[in-house]
Design a protein around this ligand. Structure first.
Ligand SMILES: *[C@@H]1O[C@H](CO)[C@@H](O)[C@H](O)[C@H]1NC(C)=O
Length: 353
């Protein structure tokens, strides 16, 4: 008897959970979806302790620290370096396979995408992206394995990005001897922060925080935000137009922000809405910024608003908004990827020359 009641209760609770609608915090009409649909779209399963079980839908790959004599496709080398033993973060460091002798190249600190909740520096699509930019720019790339939400809500990922920036600064003064690749190749006065999607958001916040630190002798010369992942309470036109987008639909974003933001924060929290910065004096001190977006991405209007906001506050902004496209287009379309590599390379060269 007790068992039957227990089973009934369990079923009832499950029904409540799965039948529950995600309620938009905006008065705008939004098509409603169940939480289960959002979990399925993301490939996640929430656990009773608040953590997630994540399906590995995109494989992860090991670093490739050695030259593989038989490989015809290898363009860069990579290795994993522990970053912070307490948070268990690491850096996957990349260098071009055949760097020019006696010439120093920029350091790109890279923050991968994944809505703050998914993926890793080891995920093959980001690993390949870093191989490409390291070889093409050329640059040393430090891809940050940062902590994910909801196990670690924001600002955990910002803290981890700061650890990476401070690591770079320590490399410049050879704390603990310094890493051989960094010592040999990096021009520490040419550091750039680059992030895609959620990584673009992390770049923005890390850059603002970095303004408070004396990072000498390193110099953060520019920020690159590729399809940066931002939000806000009030829906933008592109969010409404593309609410049923295949990559970042609104109902999935709503769930993701509920995981990423501090508990009880709404989407006008500054971690989500980049226009909510109180200290405009700080904004004015940001380095040069490249903002890239695509009209077919629901997030594009937020990126345009940010570009306008930064320009309005005296930041040097290069913005590129392409027609069509989709969120993460460079990860599946090699033409779009090459156009992005070229635009980023131009931005870096025009910043340092
Ligand atoms: C790939 O991207 C290019 C340039 O952005 C675009 O012209 C082309 O239509 C895209 N191809 C596909 C298959 O989506």
């Amino acid at each position: 008897m007790a068992m039957a009641i227990y089973k009934f209760l369990l079923l009832f609770l499950l029904f409540c959970q799965f039948g529950q609608k995600i309620i938009s915090s905006d008065e705008q009409k939004t098509p409603t979806h169940t939480l289960q649909e959002a979990y399925d779209a993301l490939g996640i399963k929430p656990n009773p302790d608040g953590s997630l079980t994540r399906e590995i839908r995109i494989p992860m790959v090991n670093a490739t620290p050695n030259i593989e004599p038989t490989s015809t496709t290898q363009i860069a080398l990579s290795k994993d370096i522990p970053l912070n033993p307490f948070t268990k973060t690491f850096i996957r460091l990349y260098k071009p396979l055949n760097p020019k002798k006696n010439s120093k190249i920029p350091l790109i600190i890279y923050l991968h995408g994944g809505d703050f909740v998914l993926f890793s520096a080891k995920t093959v699509i980001f690993h390949e992206f870093c191989n490409q930019i390291s070889a093409q720019f050329p640059a040393v790339v430090a891809s940050v394995e940062y902590r994910l939400a909801p196990e670690h809500r924001l600002p955990a990922a910002f803290d981890d990005a700061m650890d990476a920036i401070i690591w770079a600064r320590n490399q410049a003064v050879c704390v603990n001897g310094g890493d051989a690749w960094m010592k040999q190749l990096v021009d520490f006065s040419h550091v750039f922060l680059l992030g895609s999607s959620a990584g673009g958001n992390i770049v923005y916040h890390a850059a603002l925080r970095a303004l408070d630190l004396n990072l000498s002798p390193i110099k953060i010369r520019g920020l690159i935000m590729n399809q940066a992942y931002f939000g806000g309470v009030h829906r933008t036109e592109s969010e409404i137009r593309l609410s049923e987008d295949a990559y970042v639909p609104l109902y999935v974003n709503d769930l993701l922000w509920s995981y990423a933001l501090p508990k009880n924060a709404n989407r006008d929290h500054v971690f989500c809405n980049p226009l909510m910065i109180g200290d405009l004096g700080k904004i004015r001190r940001l380095p040069r910024v490249l903002i890239k977006g695509d009209e077919g991405d629901p997030l594009v209007d937020r990126e345009k608003l940010l570009a306008k906001f930064l320009k309005g506050n005296g930041v040097q902004v290069v913005s590129i908004f392409n027609g069509g496209g989709n969120h993460g287009i460079e990860l599946s379309n090699t033409t779009a990827a090459q156009a992005l590599y070229d635009a980023m390379k131009d931005f870096i060269l025009s910043t340092i020359n």
